[in-house]
Design a binder for this molecule. Structure first.
Ligand SMILES: Nc1ncnc2c1ncn2[C@@H]1O[C@H](COP(=O)(O)OS(=O)(=O)O)[C@@H](OP(=O)(O)O)[C@H]1O
Ligand SMILES: Nc1ncnc2c1ncn2[C@@H]1O[C@H](COP(=O)(O)OP(=O)(O)O)[C@@H](O)[C@H]1O
Length: 404
């Protein structure tokens, strides 16, 4: 079978294949993980600080071969399953099928072996970096004391990856001639001590005789009016989502201070999600697609407005995570007009049809709507003029500093 691992798993896979995670040769299984958590070693006692795992939600059996793909479908490795835990974690040896040779600064992704060869047995001071180096003098002095070559290892992972490599190249220009740079896709670990220990292991694999950890990057988020924002309306059919969303879009366009992307419900169902039904799987896919486009707009500082029913809490949460993962904010507006009122309005005559059994799986009638408990704003439009509803959203945006 084929499987596309998550981004952090793919990063670990690359390090497993390149030898940067030596002595590991594959994803860890139950006994090794237990030992790592308990003692900071593998089951056989070899020091190893961090979990390196792969989660596979499909069921596999020992001996099965799984082809691991990158998000574009390129085969990266073959995993021979040793075991699968009840929670889906899969262990087993892996074999590389092709080097991932694309992406920014791919030419700087050298294997530990290549770097060690270049060092040719000289002492090396490795500096692992997750952000710019603010003090080069300490590095220069340490390298001089040790009579060592400086090896900058930008830990290029995720959105910030290219920026970290650029910081390493800038530092390289100011450091002594002969300073090497190799980019390492090491995903950060949650616990700082474990992250640091893992960085040391990786640095050693690259031939370091000494390791310095660069300073943690300082994340100063931009002011809210420059940050991306996804305003996500959810509610029953006829609750007023589109009416309020359109009103909001128009006011924002009149103000002219933000770039607005309006993902009109009809447009979505007729273009982006054409052909999808109202089954749970298709509704989820519809919402994920909307979330993906909205997050892309917000990634570049845009303000995206979406107004689907989005009946499932877990899927709404996924969209929140998609927005936040690109550094944008997410605002959930629950248009909480009760079913009776939506049905009384019945603008499109759909509730009548649903009651008559002509439309199956109709939200609120014969299909679920999970009320949000995490809404940033809740609006019941039963006795509210449209302008007042739009004003409530605008006030929230002003209050949060998203518009000025
Ligand atoms: N079975 C069923 N259930 C709910 N809604 C239905 C259904 N069939 C068609 N419609 C019409 O489709 C609109 C909802 O589409 P969404 O894309 O917002 O739905 S979802 O978020 O994917 O659940 C919704 O439009 P709005 O009234 O604008 O919400 C309905 O008119
Ligand atoms: N305060 C309000 N906000 C939004 N819509 C309202 C309000 N009061 C009455 N309505 C009416 O309710 C209906 C909502 O329809 P629509 O916006 O298409 O809902 P949805 O997109 O949630 O299906 C419209 O006919 C609209 O005029």
């Amino acid at each position: 079978m084929e499987w596309t691992p998550e981004p952090h798993e793919l990063a670990d896979l690359e390090l497993l294949l390149s030898g940067a995670f030596e002595p590991l040769t594959g994803f860890l299984g139950h006994d090794d993980l237990h030992a790592v958590h308990e003692r900071g070693t593998l089951a056989d006692g070899t020091p190893w600080p961090a979990a390196v795992t792969l989660h596979l939600s499909a069921e596999v059996s020992p001996g099965d071969e799984v082809t691991l793909l990158d998000p574009e479908g390129l085969p990266l490795a073959a995993l021979t399953v040793a075991a699968q835990e009840p929670d889906g974690l899969v262990s087993g040896p892996i074999k590389g099928l092709g080097a991932p040779e694309h992406g920014p600064f791919a030419r700087l992704r050298r294997t530990p072996e290549q770097v060690r060869e270049e060092l040719g047995g000289r002492a090396a001071l490795a500096v692992t970096m997750r952000g710019p180096l603010d003090d080069l003098s300490e590095i220069v002095a340490t390298a001089r004391d040790l009579d060592a070559v400086i090896l900058l290892l930008p830990l290029a992972y995720g959105e910030q990856g290219p920026a970290v490599v650029r910081a390493a190249l800038r530092a390289q220009e100011k450091l002594p001639a002969g300073t090497l740079v190799a980019s390492v896709p090491l995903a950060p670990r949650e616990e700082p001590e474990i992250d640091l220990e893992l960085r040391e292991h990786v640095a050693t694999a690259y031939g370091a005789t000494e390791h310095l950890a660069g300073p943690d990057p300082v994340h100063i988020p931009g002011p809210p009016h420059r940050r991306g924002l996804v305003v996500f309306f959810t509610g029953l059919s006829g609750s007023g989502k589109s009416t309020i969303a359109r009103g909001l879009r128009d006011v924002l366009l009149e103000l002219g201070t933000r770039t607005v992307t309006y993902l009109d419900g009809d447009l979505v169902r007729h273009l982006l999600s054409k052909g999808l039904t109202f089954s749970k799987a298709d509704r989820d896919l519809n919402i994920r697609r909307i979330g993906f486009v909205a997050a892309e707009a917000a990634r570049h500082g845009g303000l995206a407005i979406c107004a689907p029913i989005a009946p499932y809490a877990a899927t709404r949460e996924e969209v929140r995570e998609m927005a936040e993962s690109v550094g944008a904010d997410f605002l959930l507006v629950h248009v909480a007009t009760p079913l009776e009122e939506c049905e009384r309005r019945d603008r499109k005559g759909l509730y009548a049809k649903a009651r008559a059994g002509l439309i199956p799986e109709f939200t609120g009638v014969s299909d679920p709507y999970e009320e949000p408990d995490d809404a940033d704003l809740t609006i019941d439009t039963t006795h509210l003029p449209i302008e007042a509803a739009v004003s409530r959203v605008l006030d929230t945006l002003k209050g949060g500093g998203w518009i000025r």
